[in-house]
Design a protein around this ligand. Structure first.
Ligand code: DGL
Length: 255
């Protein structure tokens, strides 16, 4: 059986990439809801309806677990999904907890507007951000740039410089990447942000969690790392664009 990885678009490929490295013996189903991307600027009801449709399709395939490789979908729909389906479902949320515990200064969380406004994140902040060191910066345009295949260059830099320009960056030592699409911009972020700022993202932790859960439930398999790709319920026949993005992630530096 396969491990399903779901996102609104290409962001979840960063989680698939990590999963293929840590668990090359599993087979995967990657589902991108390309008809409805971006999620982060939609209403809660719209996102829930897109996620419901996607996961209903995924549940009919030969899957043993689902990773919702989308912080936005996780923040609005994970509880309902867990009630509806019996297979294990792993969500993603901005790595705010490790960020706050490692930070000596301030923490900036970048994500979609929906993830940043949702109660789930604010409940977490109430528990862990006692001294109010966390700031939230929505960067929705990074999602559309990524979907357009623009990961670096003038447009990306001008946008990021404008958005980060509103912060005294010397007060920060940690930036949390709270949207899976943002991993594609790590090289640019590394270059634009002061060198002492560490970039934290959730893909490694998510895959470790998945690995642990599969082992615990005896669901591990010895297959060969085959990936079947779907876009909004349709089998993707020419998979070269997604394979090229996985190679791009291979070539990116680890930060
Ligand atoms: N990749 C998604 C996330 O992690 C959402 C991007 C979007 O569709 O807005 O939040």
């Amino acid at each position: 059986m396969k491990i399903a990885i779901f996102d609104s678009g290409i962001g979840g490929l960063t989680v698939l990439h990590q999963a293929l490295q840590q668990m090359p013996q599993e087979d995967y189903l990657y589902y991108a809801d390309t008809l409805h991307v971006p999620y982060g600027t939609k209403t809660k009801e719209e996102i829930i309806s897109c996620v419901d449709e996607a996961v209903a399709f995924i549940a009919e395939q030969d899957v043993k677990a689902l990773v919702v490789a989308c912080n936005t979908a996780t923040s609005v729909a994970i509880a309902e999904l867990r009630q509806k389906y019996t297979f294990p479902i792993i969500g993603m949320e901005p790595a705010v907890k490790p960020a706050v515990s490692q930070s000596q200064k301030r923490v900036l969380v970048i994500a979609t507007p929906m993830t940043l406004q949702e109660q789930k994140l604010h409940d977490l902040l109430l528990q862990i951000d006692m001294t109010h060191i966390v700031d939230l910066l929505p960067l929705p345009q990074l999602v559309t740039l990524a979907e357009d295949g623009i990961f670096s260059g003038a447009e990306v830099e001008t946008y990021l410089q404008k958005e980060f320009g509103r912060y005294a960056l010397e007060d920060y030592d940690t930036v949390v990447l709270g949207c899976t699409h943002f991993n594609f911009f790590k090289d640019t972020l590394r270059r634009l942000l002061p060198g002492n700022i560490s970039l934290l993202d959730g893909s490694n932790g998510t895959v470790k969690h998945l690995q642990h859960l599969l082992a615990e439930r005896g669901l591990g398999e010895n297959n060969n790392g085959q990936v079947t790709y779907y876009q909004s319920g349709k089998l993707m026949l020419d998979t070269t664009p997604y394979e090229a993005l996985l190679s791009r992630l291979d070539q990116m530096q680890q930060y």
